[in-house]
Ligand binder design. Structure first.
Ligand SMILES: [Ca+2]
Length: 470
């Protein structure tokens, strides 16, 4: 006699088990979700208008355009700072550059640096991410993710202001939560984009290899090796930081395109896009795209113009800080959607944790917020304003030290040298051509007070006057 006929309760159990299997297949939403893979691609010095999908008709960036079409494009996204290092630290930790005291690009200057003709000495700042900071990679690795870092780190350069170690290379990504590190070191840019690159931890290969393509190859190897379990891949590309170098074919193409002022820069952007395209295609080929969140953004504005925005890298005007921000996450993010809620680099930390089903530790003093309500289109953010603090001179030394707040359509800049205020209505004047602080004294004073209070609560280090104010 059949064992199931002898024990009807066993038959019942089998039935329940089979029904459970069937329902978990037909209704995956009710099953325990598989944590998504996460890929964060950060461009270096790529401006807000440096992609075709950002409205620049002179550039061909088909792969990032496709990413935008398959996901959500944030129109009002900000880098946490107008230069590299602070933005990177903010993405890794969820804390603002002001709170971290990482406010300038490494290696920065000696403490109290004062350019000729100025009377405001810059604030002291850290030029590296201390090992005690909890990074998003450390959190994800602890939760079972494979973690890979490929590209530019720029968070491990100590300028000698504080003499006790650890120093580079003990501050590289492999000491901040990453299982793999290729290319991540103290360097702000490669001496050359053609091998030999002059980056210490990219194993030599073929002479003449182009750096973005080489890094794409490394990303593809990482994806193939880690496809079996959730992975977190940070590809922080060196492109399009100077030196501006691209393939001669692409430069030639843009030489013949009417309206292109800088063919090499345009070619470099398309070169970056092509390399990113190969990695996205590999995600498709491996069947991973459907369960992978891809975030693309930039660490600061372009050095070479950001029209219609005002100014460049190193400035608190929109051209220094507003950046592209694309998120693709099939099944969660509506394809072809846009979002105009202002978002900022430190949102990355909470967003990626929540996407992975994790929560920030209650001990973390975070300045960012999870973007999941925006990505799911179920709500908006809790904060009402965004703040920036740049109390340092950029390498070009042309910027005024200052702080900024964006609330609704208004943006206030406070110049720390003479305490002057600039108020712009970004809805009416995206190019920040008309300072309307004089005709809007209430808004100006309200935002000024908000900025002051935020600076205080963040423990922001301020620059100091070296001679009495006039
Ligand atoms: Ca940069």
């Amino acid at each position: 006699m059949n064992i199931l006929a002898r024990f009807p309760s066993l038959l019942l159990l089998l039935g329940v088990w089979l029904a459970g299997l069937a329902s978990s297949r037909s209704a995956p939403a009710t099953a325990a979700p598989t944590p998504p893979n996460i890929v964060v691609i950060l461009a270096d010095d790529l401006g807000w208008s440096d992609l075709h999908c950002q409205g620049n008709p002179l550039l061909d960036t088909p792969h990032l355009d496709r990413l935008a079409k398959q996901g959500m494009r944030f129109t009002d996204a900000y880098a946490a700072a107008p230069v590299c290092t602070p933005t990177r630290a903010a993405m890794m930790t969820g804390k603002s550059p002001a709170r971290l005291a990482i406010t300038n690009h490494a290696p920065g200057h000696q403490p109290g640096f004062l350019p000729p003709g100025r009377d405001l000495a810059e604030a002291e700042n850290l030029t590296y991410l201390p090992l005690g900071e909890v990074t998003v990679a450390e959190r994800l690795r602890k939760a079972g993710y494979s973690t890979g870092f490929i590209g530019k780190w720029h968070l491990s350069d100590r300028n000698g202001a504080d003499a006790k170690g650890p120093f580079e290379p003990q501050l590289r990504p492999e000491h901040q939560g990453f299982d793999l590190n290729i290319g991540g070191c103290d360097r702000g840019g490669p001496p050359s984009y053609f091998e030999p690159y002059g980056i210490p931890n990219i194993p030599p290969r073929r002479k003449g290899d182009y750096l973005p393509e080489r890094l794409a190859d490394e990303c593809i190897s990482f994806l193939r090796a880690n496809q079996a379990k959730p992975f977190f891949l940070c590809w922080w590309d060196y492109s399009v930081h100077y030196p501006i170098q691209a393939s001669e074919n692409l430069i030639e193409k843009y030489r013949h395109r009417a309206g292109v002022k800088d063919p090499a820069y345009a070619a470099m952007i398309e070169g970056m896009d092509g390399a990113i395209g190969r990695v996205l295609q590999e995600l498709d080929a491996l069947g991973l795209s459907t369960n992978t969140l891809v975030l693309f953004t930039s660490d600061n504005g372009s050095l070479f113009g950001n029209l219609p925005l005002r100014a460049n890298k190193g400035f608190l005007y929109e051209g220094g800080i507003r950046v592209p921000w694309l998120v693709r996450w099939p099944g969660v993010v509506k394809p072809g959607s846009t979002c105009s809620v202002p978002v900022i680099s430190m949102d990355t930390f909470s967003t990626l944790l929540e996407a992975a089903g994790l929560k920030p530790s209650p001990d973390d003093l975070l300045d960012g917020e999870s973007l999941l309500p925006l990505l799911r289109q179920t709500g908006t953010l809790q904060r009402k304003a965004l703040f920036l603090h740049y109390p340092n001179y950029a390498f070009h030394q042309r910027n005024r030290l200052g702080g900024a707040v964006r609330e609704g359509d208004f943006k206030l800049i406070r110049n720390y040298d003479d305490d002057s205020l600039e108020l712009y209505d970004l809805a009416a004047d995206l190019g920040e051509t008309r300072n309307i602080s004089g005709t809007n004294p209430e808004t100006t004073q309200r935002l000024k007070a908000k900025l002051e209070s935020w600076l205080k609560s963040s423990g922001a280090r301020m620059p100091a006057h070296v001679s009495p104010k006039p």
